[in-house]
Ligand binder design. Structure first.
Ligand SMILES: Nc1ncnc2c1ncn2[C@@H]1O[C@H](COP(=O)(O)OP(=O)(O)OP(=O)(O)O)[C@@H](O)[C@H]1O
Length: 674
């Protein structure tokens, strides 16, 4: 397997860059991360070593000599965080806080280039003895370094690796063809967001400057911007391989594409096919509006030959995963009553034929649930085909799902291609991330659902299909419908058997068993107890952690724990990954949260016994855990003793557990409720 190592100074940057590269490189490439802050003693012989700045090159120069290629990543500001900067007064003195002198200078330079050149910047990095006293500090993702006296802190987020460096990595790995479309889809999304944002910021940042950025020239696809009248305002370097530069400067869209070309028609059709001279082009048009006024049209143009190549690669990849589901309900580990109820519901749904819509946060087991439903259904021996609607560009999606007819495009396979709907015939199709389906595709999906038949791209014949549909999303589809991003009619067609997965922070009793299960999965030895790997502080932290990435995030954390533990040692809170600590609460905060209700642990237990007649010790521990109060059965036992001594509770023999006395009730009324 090919490897890419990322080396950064600090852990913050490392985590975000590793995450970003992994997203682009997928599972074929192992992306590893090292930070100077954490320390390492590897010598690197990877395919690529990505350094997050020049300073690091000086530090690790000798160790990366054996790598096939070293890339010093260019880093870009995250546009979504720029807005707060506009609230800073002109000529204000501003502290720019970063981890080294060089990275401060780099960030200042970048901000100035983006139009924030009216402030007086003063760099601040750890180890400085004197620094200017400023009311405002700006930091790219290092707020913990900001000196105490600063009144206003603006965190513009860790800078991302820019598209030129991403492209360099993809080219080096020979992956531009296969992953370039994902990178470009993300990038176009970015461009759209930025353009929208800049325009809503009243053009305070010069839009044309942004467009002129050389970055667009490095972009792997041909891009062209034009106004509503079809006048070309900008095109990138790739575009000059399709049309001569001179023509684009002199002519409008109509002259280039021919008299029949209609911008708004191309926009509504999304992947519009145009034949220009001897070329077949796929144009995908995006409209950028502000308050219903069109700011610009962005045309992404693909030569069909290149598209074919990507298409073939993708098909090869998809074919290699045989259409089977590996999971069943036994793989969903839980002790939580609502989860068990949800699984019961899913089992019932498995028996029918109707469409299922699974909604829930990322990493909560939507795919595992879909596979389990298929495996328990009458279709279990038939194909299970999964397709992720967010991962493919819209032009590829359509031919992936519906297939294409021979001769639909130049270079199309003789005899055409079967789409995934046809592959799933008599089985189940799992459409993941349905909330990200482009609107044009939504219309076509609706037609398939209504008619029970598909029509291949370039074909006229309706091919009947018998497929059970399971769709999933982590978006709020109802909200998407209200926002006009998801078709209402399709939503109702999908939402026949709705089911919701539950985030793990709402079923905290599942956290220890899941930690235990995945420790056993990753460790090479049998793990009997969490305490073999983690000390008490770390366990409490993990049990209280909000886990925004749910089970997937928990799995990653366990993998880290297994790797980072020294032989037979235990990991403490301080040694847990920093991103977890950033997302979660510190042990102090956990402690505070215990008392955030203002009640003592004893009062919490009393209240619980008051509310639930005949509750037992184990149940009390569980209920307290749900509220984020992490105490063990031993402690609960001693609290119950003390409550009994005060005459507030009675402890019954057998299974009847504890009950509250009249005196106890009076205390609750007066001290707890009142
Ligand atoms: N209850 C569970 N018990 C054990 N493992 C689980 C459970 N739920 C999820 N997982 C594991 O967590 C990982 C993520 O699950 P899955 O891919 O099904 O989530 P998802 O909701 O589809 O995520 P996304 O929306 O990000 O695609 C998988 O490896 C799965 O095996």
């Amino acid at each position: 397997m090919r490897t890419v190592s990322v080396i950064s100074l600090g852990e913050n940057t490392l985590h975000s860059v590793v995450e970003q590269l992994s997203r682009y490189l997928g599972e074929e490439v192992n992306v590893r991360g090292f930070s100077v802050e954490r320390g390492f003693d590897e010598t690197f012989d990877d395919d690529i070593v990505v350094l997050t700045g020049d300073t690091i090159y000086r530090l690790v120069y000798e160790r990366v000599q054996t790598a096939k290629k070293v890339i010093i990543a260019r880093r870009a500001l995250r546009y979504e965080f720029i807005e707060p900067l506009l609230s800073i007064k002109e000529n204000e003195h501003v502290l720019l806080v970063n981890d080294t002198e060089d990275s401060c200078a780099e960030a200042i330079d970048q901000l100035k280039r983006h139009g924030f050149d009216s402030f007086t910047y003063h760099p601040y990095y750890p180890g400085m003895s004197h620094y200017a006293s400023c009311p405002v500090a700006i930091t790219p993702g290092e707020p913990h370094l900001i000196p105490k006296r600063v009144q206003e802190v603006i965190d513009i987020g860790t800078r991302q690796v820019d598209i030129t460096s991403i492209t360099e990595v993809l080219v080096e790995l020979g992956m531009l063809e296969t992953s370039g479309s994902l990178a470009s889809a993300e990038y176009v999304k970015d461009i759209m967001n930025v353009t929208k944002q800049l325009s809503s910021l009243n053009q305070r940042l010069d839009y044309s400057n942004f467009l002129n950025m050389t970055i667009l020239d490095k972009f792997p696809k041909a891009l062209l911007f034009c106004d509503e009248a079809g006048r070309i305002t900008y095109f990138n370097e790739k575009m000059t391989h399709i049309f001569p530069e001179r023509e684009m400067k002199e002519f409008g869209i109509q002259d280039l594409f021919g008299g029949d070309f209609d911008l708004s028609e191309a926009y509504s059709e999304r992947d519009h096919i145009v034949h220009v001279r001897d070329k077949t082009l796929i144009t995908s048009v995006e409209k950028i509006e502000d308050h219903e006024q069109v700011i610009t049209y962005l045309l992404e143009i693909e030569n069909y030959d290149t598209f074919q190549q990507v298409d073939r690669e993708l098909r090869k990849k998809m074919k290699s995963s045989t259409y089977t589901a590996q999971y069943n309900f036994e793989h969903l580990h839980t002790r939580n009553a609502s989860m068990k109820e949800m699984i019961g519901l899913a089992r019932k749904m498995a028996r029918g034929q109707s469409t299922i819509l699974i909604q829930g946060e990322s990493g909560t087991g939507k795919e595992i649930l879909a596979q389990s439903i298929h495996n328990e259904s009458a279709r279990s021996k038939r194909p299970f085909v999964a397709v992720n609607l967010a991962a493919l560009s819209s032009s590829i999606l359509e031919s992936e799902l519906f297939g294409y007819e021979s001769g639909a495009f130049t270079g199309a396979h003789k005899g055409g291609k079967k789409g995934l709907f046809e592959e799933a015939h008599t089985g189940t199709i799992f459409m993941d991330e349905i909330g990200d389906a482009p609107l044009a595709l939504q219309v076509k999906l609706l037609r398939v659902l209504q008619e029970g038949a598909v029509r291949k791209v370039g074909g006229t014949e309706q091919i009947p299909i018998d497929v059970r549909i399971i769709a999933a999303t982590n978006k709020d589809l109802e909200q998407q419908v209200r926002d006009g991003a998801f078709r209402e009619d399709l939503y109702y067609r999908l939402n026949i058997l709705p089911i919701e997965t539950i985030p793990i922070r709402e079923r905290r009793e599942d956290i220890p068993p899941l930690l235990h299960y995945y420790l056993n999965h990753y460790a090479e030895e049998e793990v009997y107890d969490l305490s073999q790997y983690l000390d008490e502080g770390a366990i409490s932290f993990l049990e209280y952690h909000p886990w925004p990435g749910n089970v997937r995030e928990l799995m990653n954390a366990v993998e880290y724990i297994v790797n980072m533990r020294s032989v037979s040692g235990k990991l403490s809170y301080g040694e847990l990954p920093r991103y977890l600590k950033r997302e979660g609460a510190s042990p102090q905060a956990v402690g505070k949260a215990l008392h955030s209700s203002g009640l003592s642990e004893e009062e919490e237990v009393l209240l619980m016994i008051h509310r639930k007649f005949g509750i037992g010790r184990r149940k009390i521990v569980e209920e307290l855990r749900q509220k984020g109060i992490l105490i063990g059965e031993g402690k609960v036992k001693s609290i119950i003793h003390s409550l009994k001594d005060k005459g507030w509770v009675e402890v019954n023999k057998g299974v009847r557990g504890c009950t509250i006395t009249e005196e106890g009730r009076a205390y609750v009324k007066e001290a707890v409720n009142g």
